[in-house]
Design a protein. Structure first.
Ligand SMILES: [Zn+2]
Length: 87
């Protein structure tokens, strides 16, 4: 069960032209499709605000996420620091 954590690669960075990888925090909610209500299946585009680790400048990038049919993507945002906020 080694599911790699979600992340986004920015290359080139609009600030420093470098190559960055940001971990992502994705909030999902399950879809209760009892009555076959097809709730926004397919890819969804999110705009992420990332911070360049070299210059400290923020920039926007776009990411398209395709959720599985049983899930809905509520939000996607970069998770800049791997804080130890959960054990
Ligand atoms: Zn950068």
């Amino acid at each position: 069960m080694s599911k790699s954590p979600p992340q986004i690669t920015v290359n080139p960075c609009p600030n420093c032209q470098g190559h960055h990888t940001f971990p992502l925090r994705i909030r999902r909610s399950p879809v209760m499709s009892l009555s076959g209500e097809a709730n926004q299946p397919g890819p969804r585009k999110f705009t992420l605000l990332c911070t360049c680790p070299k210059t400290g400048q923020t920039f926007q990038t776009e990411l398209t996420v395709t959720p599985p049919p049983s899930e809905r993507i509520v939000s996607v945002e970069p998770d800049p620091a791997e804080e130890e906020d959960e054990s």
